[in-house]
Design a protein around this ligand. Structure first.
Ligand code: FES
Ligand code: FES
Length: 154
């Protein structure tokens, strides 16, 4: 089937999408957007998090067909122009990126958190990121990145 949707502000069309195909697969393999990562494909790790009509979702759990006519924003769409977004920059500055597999999903989740709560407490940060697993950093650097992004100009 053919799926038409808006991705990162542009009208996109994916052809030959099969019924069981995930939005994550469509984004990565058909639309050339490999930022969202496939780590578990079971909704457990959050590495595939994207916005769907403004709400963060695990794109591995969303059928590609469900995105038809809707708006998707991936980690690639969060930065303005060629520069990094404030959240992306904060992850770099805090050293919160190691293997980087969890990072795109975390960046989307943090972006969403700061939209809702510009000055989150540590418990709010932990709760907001509870669905995003990281095997490398021990989370403290991620916490620091969020605090940094919250303090900085966004
Ligand atoms: S790949 Fe989607 S939640 Fe892990
Ligand atoms: S940096 Fe490796 S999983 Fe988070």
């Amino acid at each position: 089937m053919r799926v038409r949707c808006k991705v990162n502000g542009a009208d996109r069309t994916a052809d030959d999408v099969w019924e069981g195909e995930s939005l994550l697969y469509m984004l990565r393999e058909r639309l050339g957007l490999p930022g969202s990562k496939n780590a578990c494909e079971q909704g457990e790790c959050g590495s595939c998090t994207v916005y769907l009509d403004g709400t963060p979702v695990c794109s591995c759990l969303v059928a590609a067909g469900q995105a038809a006519g809707r708006e998707v924003v991936t980690v690639e769409g969060l930065s303005s122009g060629d520069g990094l977004s404030a959240v992306q920059e904060a992850f770099l500055q805090a050293g919160a990126v190691q293997c980087g597999f969890c990072t795109p999903g975390l960046v989307v989740a943090v972006h969403d958190l700061l939209e809702r709560s510009p000055e989150p407490s540590d418990p709010q940060i932990r709760e907001a990121l509870a669905g995003n697993l990281c095997r490398c950093t021990g989370y403290e650097k991620i916490m620091e990145a969020v605090r940094l992004a919250a303090r900085g100009e966004r």
